[in-house]
Design a protein around this ligand. Structure first.
Ligand code: HEM
Length: 394
């Protein structure tokens, strides 16, 4: 990939261990340096400011996903056949197949079940007193998503590891990503065997997909990557959002009291959590032709790195972005992406996160931290590995 002359260059590795654990100083530095900054290690143009990130995501004709959104060729090859990794009419076709059960109207039918499960998760955590917030954050997505998708009951215990690995492998080819490729391959292999043996749950999203294939609407061999499309992005991301919410409300008791007093703020609080600690840090796009971004011509074939997590902290867009404030208008955060590839499952993620916050608000007067959180190492997902907490009953 060719570097354009006169574009600022940032040498520190934003995928180094220390930068994964504490990325925000790097993002701030990148934003200060300019709208487009060359990262020599990854050989990509980093976009760290809100306006350019949003514009590039919306211009899916000029900045394509069809050759992958990862920073390495292996993962870009392994993600072939997914919605994420496609453009134009092909993308629209796949997205329709995947997304219709995730639209708000379709989700209404499971809203009550999600509320009940959320209440059960919170009751169980309260009975224990001291908890690991990550375990609690995992419980609801694990209770909801695999059944909805129709993933067979065997091998479910691998799902979180496989899903985390699938994201990790989308980073640059560092030690993290290399170790994780095996998990991606295992998940894809299992999805293939699920389709071959037709072991999906009756009436599930995956079942519908197989019926559509039987009716000739898609080829059977297209089903495994679409199954991965459902399951891989639906666990770690939501677990991240929920554990980040628990952590942020434990660190900001005033915001928790405000949410308890004014629970109508829950949907916006979900947006603010996603803005403040974006679960997905960045994906890339490839420039189809030489394309101007804020005065820099990105050459055809080059990759730009869209840093959602940095855009959501851009001081040009947000007043005091380092402050966690559930009263700010956080609806325009781009943690769920933007444009044609905006998250197909955000309705479900919002439903789960809001249900859990509602169950907590009704039962918990304070969330206390029992020690510092431990962050997980992952190239793409920002989430905790351990989060010791105590829920104080209302
Ligand atoms: C808090 C939770 C979540 C976050 C932060 C999140 C974030 C994102 C982002 C940033 C993208 C855009 C990718 C791009 O720009 O290339 C995306 C796409 C996608 N997400 Fe999510 N996601 C979440 C939950 C989910 C869930 C629960 C599902 C499925 C049930 C899901 C399924 C998808 C799919 C299928 C795409 C690809 C859409 C396309 O390419 O058209 N996500 N997500």
């Amino acid at each position: 990939m060719r570097q354009v002359r006169d574009v600022a260059e940032y040498r520190p590795d934003i995928y180094a261990r220390s930068a994964i654990l504490d990325p925000y100083p790097h993002y701030r530095r990148l934003r200060e340096m300019g709208p487009v900054v060359w990262l020599p290690r990854q050989r990509v143009y980093a976009l760290s400011r809100y306006v350019e990130c949003k514009a590039v995501l919306r211009d899916d004709a000029a900045f394509i996903s069809g050759n992958g959104v990862a920073l390495n060729r292996i993962s870009n090859r392994l993600s072939r056949g997914t919605t994420l990794n496609s453009d134009g009419a092909e993308h629209e076709r796949r997205r329709k197949l995947v997304a219709h059960r995730l639209l708000p109207r379709a989700l209404q039918s499971i809203a009550e079940t999600v509320d009940r499960l959320a209440a059960e998760v919170v009751d169980a955590a309260m009975a224990r007193g001291e908890i690991d917030g990550v375990e609690m954050a995992s419980a609801l997505p694990l209770a909801v998503v695999p059944d909805l998708v129709g993933w067979p009951h065997d091998r479910r215990r691998h799902l979180i590891d496989w899903a985390g690995a699938t994201f990790d492998a989308l980073g640059p080819l560092n030690g993290q990503a290399i170790t994780s490729v095996a998990g991606t391959v295992q998940m894809l292999r299992f999805a293939r065997s699920v389709v071959r043996r037709r072991t999906v749950l009756d009436g599930s999203m995956a079942h519908e997909l197989l019926i559509a294939a039987d009716e000739g609407k898609l080829a059977h061999k297209e089903c495994p990557p679409l199954l991965v499309d459902y399951i891989a992005p639906s666990l770690d991301t939501t677990i991240s959002a929920i554990s980040n919410a628990l952590h942020l409300f434990a660190a900001h008791h005033d915001q928790w009291q405000l949410l308890r007093a004014e629970p109508h703020r829950i949907p916006n609080a979900v947006n603010e959590v996603i803005r403040y600690e974006s679960p997905l840090r960045a994906f890339s796009r490839q420039a189809r032709a030489d394309t101007d971004v804020a005065g820099v011509v990105v050459p055809a074939g080059a990759r730009v790195l869209v840093l959602y997590a940095s855009a959501n902290r851009d001081e040009r867009e947000w007043n005091q972005p380092e402050v966690f404030d559930i009263t700010r208008d956080a609806g325009r955060q781009i943690g769920f992406g933007q444009g044609a590839h905006a998250c197909a499952g955000q309705g479900l993620a919002r439903l789960e996160a809001a249900a859990l916050l509602r169950a907590l608000v009704a039962r918990v007067s304070r969330i206390d931290q029992l020690g510092p959180p431990v962050w997980a190492m992952n190239n793409i997902i920002r989430r905790h590995k351990r989060l010791p907490l105590k829920l104080v009953a209302a």
